[in-house]
Design a protein around this ligand. Structure first.
Ligand SMILES: [Zn+2]
Length: 177
């Protein structure tokens, strides 16, 4: 069984959002296309409490983003939600980074319940939450393919996207265009 994991395609990560990923909304069509052919689709949402430790005001690296229940935390309106079977909210523990969709969530259990052995991963951002989710999927023993064309990177430092790809490949993740 194959599943698609759509990582954090939320308003705050798209142009005009609180933590804009350059060209972030460009993944929407590619994600919908992948979802069309997928037998099972999980979407993750970054879903932080207002005092999350990743926020600059708490000493973290990021501006306030994806606060639970706010418009910025909603999935981008272009995402075809009728194709999504399960939504997994992550990043809810104030003191945990929560980049990975597997961290402190039901994701692994949900995939096992559906006999998933292979996952495709797409979404935002390649060099943070997509990478962390794909690496954890490998650690869970799944076959993992990241669809680079259906991701965008933050690239705080130039080259972060390429380094993420190298790290993924070294961990046995297949990376395709
Ligand atoms: Zn976050």
């Amino acid at each position: 069984m194959r599943a698609l994991i759509v990582v954090d395609v939320q308003n705050d990560f798209c142009p005009g959002g609180a933590l804009e990923v350059p060209d972030g909304d460009a993944v929407v069509d590619a994600v919908n296309q992948l979802a069309t052919g997928a037998p099972f689709v999980v979407a993750t949402r970054d879903w932080h409490p207002p005092d999350h430790g990743s926020f600059a005001e708490q000493g973290g690296p990021w501006p306030v983003h994806c606060v639970q229940g706010t418009p910025g935390a909603s999935l981008h309106e272009g995402i075809d939600q009728s194709q999504i079977d399960v939504i997994i909210d992550k990043g809810q523990a104030p003191d945990r980074e929560g980049y990975s969709g597997f961290e402190g969530t039901e994701l692994e259990r949900v995939l096992r319940e559906h006999d998933v052995d292979t996952v495709d991963v797409a979404g935002l951002a390649l060099d943070y939450c997509v990478k962390a989710t794909a690496l954890d999927a490998r650690r869970a023993g799944l076959n993992v393919t990241v669809h680079r064309g259906a991701t965008r990177a933050v690239e705080i430092s130039p080259g972060d996207a390429d380094r993420a790809i190298a790290e993924l490949r070294a961990a046995g993740v297949e990376v395709v265009d």
